[in-house]
Ligand binder design. Structure first.
Ligand code: CP3
Length: 344
């Protein structure tokens, strides 16, 4: 059957006259309706595990802006929690986890088939969304990449340079590789279940790919993501996969094939004209507007949006930011970006 949804058409390699659009962290604290629902849920994790309310916040930016895709409301750190790590969020600071750095701690993680006990509410959110989304809107599921998730599991929090994960990699390679493997296997299970529940596309967030150098980048960013895409494609050959190796820079060349992804999401560190020539030639790209334009707006937002649309206009492109929208963004600037992309 011919594919009608614009996001899925772009992911299949079609060049569209107007790129479809969605936004990383489109359900978030810059929206007053999100803050209200979050207050109702109590805290962030209670919101993630409440299918009705998680579906509600996923739908809010679709109702307000008519984005072409909705991304499941959840977090990349729910998988470590499902594997047995303690997880909590400190207001104003971010996530905290119990750490895994020894063979004993690795051995104590839960077996793979136990993760669904924790993650079932997430699949329920996906089911609600696949019923309630407008028929033209694509539902995107997601997970973190093994490396990025490992950086949080090893450090117990976000780190500017991922030093604890790099240290474990140097000092206890078997444990480090064991953690990467366990996350890889868990992610295959988790994303397969999201797809079975109704996700039409999945995205792998490798937010910290850029801190891996040389062979490590191939071994611990690219290869685990490739293992995940290969396993998912075997089970669900028609479900497209977006990979986001943030900070990969020139290493984005050849990345579609290396990861086995249908689309490479680009951060704002690569130039759009360069990326059109060197990355988009291999398939769909997504990105790469600086998130800060959602705070500052104005003529620069309009001209930058147009520049990116023009640079990617000769191939498959999904318009998006280079990273998540920030809580200080102005919701009116999001509308201005959308109007500019759609030529209104
Ligand atoms: O994009 C979406 O709208 C879907 C939902 C989503 C969230 N997190 C919700 C969220 C997605 C796709 C993520 C991914 C995620 N989570 C990543 C990878 C992408 C990236 O940003 O690099 C990472 C590294 C995390 C881990 C995480 N979650 C951190 C470091 C934080 C704290 C920083 C912050 O923005 O507060 C979170 C919290 C989080 N995840 C929020 C949201 C909406 C804010 C929570 C709140 O309401 O207070």
């Amino acid at each position: 059957m011919a594919q009608q949804k614009t996001i899925l058409r772009a992911l299949a390699g079609e060049t569209l006259p107007t790129p479809p659009i969605w936004m990383m962290r489109q359900a978030g604290r810059y929206l007053p309706e999100y803050k209200a629902t979050r207050a109702q849920a109590g805290d962030f994790l209670s919101l993630c595990y409440n299918p009705e309310l998680a579906a509600e916040v996923t739908l809010q930016p679709i109702r307000r802006y008519g984005f072409d895709a909705a991304i499941l409301f959840a977090d990349i750190l729910l998988l470590p929690q499902a594997l047995g790590a303690d997880l909590w969020f400190v207001t104003g600071e971010g996530p905290r986890l119990s750490t895994i750095t020894t063979a004993d701690e690795l051995a104590q993680l839960k077996p793979l088939d136990a993760i669904h006990d924790t993650l079932n509410p997430i699949y329920e959110t996906v089911k609600i969304l696949s019923r309630e989304l407008p028929k033209e809107t694509t539902l995107i599921g997601f997970a973190g990449s093994p490396w990025t998730v490992a950086t949080y599991m090893i450090a117990g929090q976000g780190t500017p340079d991922q030093a604890p994960a790099h240290a474990l990699k140097a000092e206890n390679r078997p444990v480090f590789e064991g953690i990467i493997n366990r996350i890889t296997e868990g992610t295959i299970e988790y994303l397969s279940m999201q797809i079975q529940a109704g996700a039409e596309c999945v995205k792998l967030f490798d937010s910290w790919a850029g801190s891996l150098q040389d062979d490590d980048f191939i071994e611990f960013s690219v290869k685990p993501m490739q293992r995940i895409t290969a396993a998912l494609k075997k089970k669900h050959p028609d479900v497209p996969i977006i990979a986001f190796p943030r900070g990969a820079g020139k290493r984005n060349i050849g990345m579609h094939a290396a990861i086995g992804a249908d689309c490479i999401a680009l951060d704002d560190g690569v130039d759009a004209v360069w990326a059109a020539e060197n990355v988009q030639k291999d398939g769909c790209v997504q990105g790469n507007l600086k998130s800060s334009h959602m705070v500052t707006g104005g003529d620069t937002l309009v001209s930058e949006t147009r520049r990116i649309c023009k640079a990617f206009s000769k191939g498959p492109h999904i318009f998006n930011l280079g990273h998540g929208i920030t809580p200080d963004a102005n919701p009116d600037n999001v509308q201005l970006m959308i109007d500019t992309v759609r030529g209104a």
